[in-house]
Design a protein around this ligand. Sequence first.
Ligand code: MG
Length: 267
Amino acid sequence: MKVARFQHEGEISFGILDRAESGDGVELVELLADPLVAGYDTTGRRLKLEDVRLLAPVIPRSKVVCIGKNYADHIAEMADVTGGGTPAEPVIFLKPNTSVIGPGDPIIRPEVSDRVEHEGELAIVIGAMAKNVSEDDALAYVFGYTCANDVTARDIQIADGQWTRGKGFDTFCPLGPVIETDPELADARIVTRVNGEVRQEGSTAQLIHSLAKIVSFASQAFTLLPGDVILTGTPAGVGRLVSGDTVEVEIEGIGILRNPVRDAVDA
Ligand code: MG
């Protein structure tokens, strides 16, 4: 099931994607409330997808947890920035929830950075409060999965020596377009394109630390709340974004997250 959060005539609602009753196109079945807390009762209203504006499918209540160094080919390409070597435990950091934007919203390159880069990633959306959960139990706490872009001001990440500012600017966490609650993720393709050209290509089969391990590990440190999001790391091929670019993160079975890029001075 694909869950969307959307705006229609000024109101924000949640919905489930469904084939149009006419058989032509896709519609949203509107939900009474946020399915993370209120289940799937519907209002009975159906809306055409092209008549609504999709928003970030979730606004993390407290945090976006991110995993670094989780694909071997990306560790290799970043060896001069973050040091080579595969970590025994997941590398973990946070983005503020104020960095989240939705599909179509512009990524704003801050004036203080000249090297803003894309990192296409699979994102986990937490569905139930999780603390100290085992790997065996971890996936039971997951609501679903969406596409994410761990946008990074690489020059600031390097200059600061830690990652909070370089990865935490407003607009640096695009999420969407929908949350898939029941994906097939054993070997799902993750592709990042800039202006239609493939820059990153990988598969969830290449994750060093599994999705269950990541949720369990994060929950040993932080209480995970419903609506919290965990970014799971990026494959090789990260690269620069400039004003005027359009960046897409596509994950098989979930959809395409597309965002334009602008300079702060033009925004
Ligand atoms: Mg990343």
